[in-house]
Design a protein around this ligand. Structure first.
Ligand code: 13P
Ligand code: SF4
Length: 374
């Protein structure tokens, strides 16, 4: 007689919840399933959605926001599960700020951030070490939210903090109240744009290249610098160029240019306004009917704004015709969302993001300082 492998009820459920079964289905077939799973889970789950998420995903979010707003919500919610529709560093941050009984889920673990990957903790420790005791007395380490939890912890432990694009200036002021120099990780552009806006000349900023001996900076220049910028950037925002602004000026003289501060300094200098994703939305919301904007940020947000404000007589276009896409944000699909939610309904927590306890302590110190700064 043929032997039949025993399949337990649990195996059967896990099999039906396997990701492959979802990925082979079209997007729209997930809508009802996502809605039904959400209804079953009720207030046990909260869905946080970053503004760069695609429409098919963000429409299910309980809260949308920039990274500052979403981390604030993560620190306040009492939901048992936080499902983060965003990228890895955002989910890590939510876990650091969560209460001990809460769990954070990232629907696709491949949703990382190329900028965050440009600073590894070992490289940052080497940089700190090579600055020597003289080089780092009075130096405050400050990291952009777009970094690994270990780097946030590194900053917290050494008297520094985290910032986002919406409170970078406040964080710089916080640091300058406690030291004379800042090591800014990992986005050179946000660091340069913020420091310059505070009146620090470019000549007092140096770029530390982790792939060069002593960062590729001479000891004299390091000594004279007020700001040490890590050599990192966002591959999406880096694509916006000053000539894109020039083209808008000549084709649409009435149009305002608003860009994210991850754009190059040369682009920000030519723009009419600079702001985080939340700020960009606010500026456009407050603009009078008939206003028009060329926006230098991720294409999903720009397209959503264009659709939302067209009936109000506002014209929104992307600053760069080819439209810059964040491929890692795009990884969160309706299929991944349905998979994570239906697994939760079955009692399975998939793709949990859990920061190690030893890293958590100092990362939380740095993040709490961030939440106090506006
Ligand atoms: P915001 O905090 O402005 O939403 O920016 C996050 C981000 O990753 C931009 O690239
Ligand atoms: Fe990272 Fe740039 Fe994507 Fe933001 S847009 S998540 S900085 S790669």
């Amino acid at each position: 007689m043929e032997e039949v492998a025993a399949v337990s009820a649990t195996d059967a459920v896990q099999d039906s919840c396997s990701l492959d079964n979802y990925l082979s289905q079209p997007d729209h077939t997930m809508d009802d399933r996502i809605a039904a799973a959400r209804a079953t889970l009720g207030t046990d789950v909260v869905l946080l959605g970053h503004h760069y998420q695609r429409d098919e995903v963000i429409r299910f979010a309980d809260y949308t926001g920039d990274s500052y707003k979403l981390s604030k919500i993560a620190s306040q919610t009492d939901a048992k599960y936080m499902l983060f529709c965003g990228v890895h560093f955002m989910a890590e941050t939510a876990d650091v700020l969560a209460k001990p009984w809460q769990q954070v889920i990232l629907p696709d673990l491949n949703a990382g951030c190329s900028m965050a990957d440009m600073a590894e903790i070992g490289q940052v420790e080497d940089c700190w070490e090579s600055l020597g005791p003289d080089g780092k007395s009075e130096l405050i380490p400050l990291t952009y939210m777009n970094s690994a939890a270990a780097i946030k912890a590194f900053c917290g432990e050494r008297g520094g903090l985290v910032c986002t694009s919406s409170n970078a200036r406040g964080a710089f002021e916080w640091a300058f109240a406690r030291g004379e120099k800042i090591l800014f990780l990992p986005d050179q552009h946000l660091g340069r744009n913020t420091a310059f806006a505070m009146g620090i000349p470019l000549s007092e900023m140096v770029v530390w290249d982790p792939y060069q001996i002593n960062g590729g900076v001479s000891p004299d220049r390091l000594k004279a610098a007020k700001i040490i910028l890590w050599k990192g950037h966002c591959s999406v925002h880096q694509r916006f160029l000053p000539e894109h602004v020039d083209r808008i000026r000549s084709n649409y003289p009435q149009m305002q240019v608003i860009v994210h501060p991850e754009c190059r300094w040369e682009v920000c200098q030519k723009a009419d306004a600079i702001g985080s994703t939340e700020r960009i939305i606010e500026v456009i919301e407050k603009a009078p009917e008939g206003a028009s904007f060329a926006v230098g940020t991720e294409i999903h947000l720009v397209n959503r704004l264009a659709k939302r404000f067209a009936p109000l007589g506002k014209k929104i276009i992307t600053l760069d015709d080819s439209g810059c896409l964040c491929t890692t944000m795009y990884r969160i699909s309706p299929q991944h969302l349905a998979w994570a939610l239906e697994n939760l309904v079955q009692g399975n927590v998939v793709n949990r993001i859990k920061v190690d306890d030893d890293v958590k302590h100092w990362a939380k110190v740095a993040l709490d300082r961030m939440l106090e700064v506006r």
